[in-house]
Design a protein around this ligand. Structure first.
Ligand code: ZN
Length: 329
């Protein structure tokens, strides 16, 4: 950790481990197998997509932070859609202001989000979930998340009829695609390696969340979307994961959050566990005090992630998108 992190253990920079990710990169290498090496684990039959660029029929658009739009055919899936990006000071030396009110600005959302079949909530923090009630109402989408996520969303006005409550282990069949749900972990920060705004909200309905501190983690999930039984996208929302949960997965695309300096060999273990994905799309690397309609401003996590992926998995293509850009594998 940097001295900055010691002084301000709950700043987002410390949370995401920007500085120590460099050290992670240095120790991550050496064990990479070729991308086409024999797979391991329980899903060994999964074959990698080998089609020409642009032929998968899948489009991935980055909406900033960990917000992604994944489209194929007539289906649209949104991941942690947060486009309002109200100022919190998260990446400033002073750190986040806990009393920052939750606000939603349709003028920042509507130009970019008009339809969705599913919204996948990876965890409950403000920068992942605070626009979900508005977007769920606007699109009518079904919202996947834990009981805690749903209780907080219900307290913000989302009707229970739109919830699909999951806990990890689900393998859900939809029209032409599947969604697998995995238990995951949040990144940790500070000398005691703490999850920011920790906790859960099971059982009875909590009071209506008012500030960023009211949207607690509520457990963290990872998702794998498989399109047409042939193209796999794994989504991780924050720099940590449960190795045993993901063992044997062979995603074509892995959406990977920057950071992870407090997690042992974060990127190296992840690349090995996933059997070296064809593509890594970096996520959660932009300072969200700045708006989505301007180029992304790196808080410091992008290059360490790029370096760590290159060291651990040299054949993986690292595809950095800017705000609102689309990747068509
Ligand atoms: Zn978070």
């Amino acid at each position: 950790m940097t001295s900055n992190d010691r002084r301000l253990p709950l700043t987002r920079r410390g949370l995401l481990g920007a500085s120590t990710a460099v050290a992670t990169a240095a120790i991550a290498g050496g064990a990479a197998r070729p991308a086409n090496a024999a797979p391991t684990g329980s899903r060994a039959a999964a074959r990698r997509w080998t089609g020409a660029a642009g032929s998968s029929g899948v489009r991935l658009r980055w909406l900033g932070n960990n917000a992604w739009e994944i489209t194929f055919g007539t289906t649209t899936i949104l991941i942690d859609p947060w486009l309002t990006r109200f100022k919190t000071g998260t990446y400033t030396p002073e750190g986040i202001r806990d009393d920052t009110p939750l606000t939603v600005d349709p003028a920042k959302i509507d130009p970019h989000v008009s339809r969705a079949n599913l919204i996948l909530v990876c965890h409950g923090h403000y920068d992942h979930m605070s626009d979900v009630p508005y977007i769920a109402a606007r699109t009518g989408a079904t919202v996947l998340g834990t009981e805690s996520h749903h209780n907080m969303l219900r307290a913000l006005g989302t009707p229970p009829s739109q919830f699909c409550t999951v806990r990890g282990g689900e393998y859900l069949q939809y029209d032409g695609y599947t969604v697998e749900v995995f238990q995951s972990l949040h990144s940790m920060t500070g000398p005691s390696k703490q999850v920011p705004y920790p906790g859960t909200r099971p059982g009875t309905l909590p009071p209506r969340p008012q500030t960023v501190a009211d949207l607690v983690e509520g457990e963290t999930l990872a998702y794998q979307i498989t399109v047409g039984e042939r193209f796999r996208i794994l989504v991780l929302s924050t720099a940590n994961f449960v190795e045993r949960e993901l063992a044997g997965l062979r995603p074509d695309v892995a959406i990977v959050a920057a950071g992870g300096g407090t997690v042992h060999d974060y990127v190296g273990r992840l690349m090995r566990t996933l059997d070296y994905p064809t593509w890594v799309l970096p996520s959660h690397w932009d300072d969200f005090d700045y708006p989505l309609d301007q180029p992304a401003i790196d808080w410091g996590g992008l290059q360490p992630l790029r370096d760590a992926v290159k060291t651990a998995s040299p054949n993986t293509k690292f595809v950095k998108l800017d705000h609102l850009q689309t990747f068509t594998p």
